[in-house]
Design a binder for this molecule. Structure first.
Ligand SMILES: *[C@@H]1O[C@H](CO)[C@@H](O)[C@H](O)[C@H]1NC(C)=O
Ligand SMILES: *[C@@H]1O[C@H](CO)[C@@H](O)[C@H](O)[C@H]1NC(C)=O
Ligand SMILES: *[C@@H]1O[C@H](CO)[C@@H](O)[C@H](O)[C@H]1NC(C)=O
Ligand SMILES: *[C@@H]1O[C@H](CO)[C@@H](O)[C@H](O)[C@H]1NC(C)=O
Length: 210
């Protein structure tokens, strides 16, 4: 139950008993107790939840090439409530602050003085504007040793990806220690970061017959 000082004047509802005014407002009960002549304390049995309204999610680019953060602003979420009293807005993040690459969910609470709460949330996705760099090993030349000298197991140091983000994935058409037939085979690799920036590299595997 919350309490507030009412404005001077008469409560907007009939008097039940001498000096006691009870109003119904939706599901809430407002009790007006005279404090002094013509001045009332309003006690509110407030069971109505406020409504939290969050802005739309946003996709923003990182500050610039090589950067892993972005400063993001948004319109402040709003809290609407039946009570005329203050509703407290608390959010996990503030506009104008830096966000890391990827997705961050901003969560906000609207709490009225009676402790009723509503929550809303929205996503900030910071897009990486920097391409990763894919590094492939040199050409691998081996002699066929398997199945009457027509195949070979070939191994190599795996390709690597470097990027401003820690979140980059390597995918190749073949893995080290794969089996290759005679001749040249192109091994292709691609590095993809969380924002979908890519870089490719390739190298040849050559298996020689006897
Ligand atoms: C990223 O941007 C922030 C804010 O503009 C800046 O302070 C920081 O030095 C930048 N970092 C890099 C790696 O450019
Ligand atoms: C919102 O309310 C929940 C539940 O009481 C709490 O766990 C969370 O920390 C609150 N968030 C903020 C930003 O105050
Ligand atoms: C961010 O996260 C939310 C919730 O997990 C998801 O619905 C949304 O698709 C994500 N956005 C991006 C751009 O990954
Ligand atoms: C492949 O065989 C040739 C001779 O047939 C030899 O000179 C060469 O060293 C061999 N290469 C490897 C990697 O074993």
């Amino acid at each position: 139950m919350g309490a507030q000082w009412s404005a001077r004047g008469t409560p907007p509802c009939p008097c039940l008993a001498t000096g006691l005014f009870v109003c119904l407002k939706g599901q809430d009960i407002l009790l007006y107790l005279p404090a002094r002549l013509n001045f009332f304390i309003t006690l509110i049995a407030d069971v109505t939840r406020p409504t939290a309204n969050c802005p739309e999610g946003q996709i923003v680019n990182a500050n610039r090439d090589g950067n892993t953060t972005a400063v993001v602003i948004w319109n402040s979420p709003s809290c609407s409530d039946n009570s005329q009293m203050n509703v407290l807005l608390e959010c996990t993040n503030q506009p104008g602050t830096e966000f890391s690459l990827g997705n961050t969910t901003v969560k906000c609470n609207c709490t009225d003085v009676a402790g009723n709460m509503d929550q809303c949330s929205f996503d900030i996705f910071v897009k990486d504007v920097t391409r990763p760099t894919a590094n492939c090993p040199n050409e691998q030349i081996v002699n066929a040793t398997l199945e009457t000298d027509t195949k070979a197991f070939v191994t190599w140091s795996p390709a690597t990806c470097s990027d401003n983000s820690q979140n980059v994935q390597l995918s190749c058409t073949h893995q080290p220690e794969a089996q290759f037939g005679l001749g040249k085979t192109k091994v292709q690799c691609i590095c993809t970061d969380i924002s979908g920036n890519t870089d490719r590299c390739s190298f040849k595997v050559v298996v020689k017959g006897s």
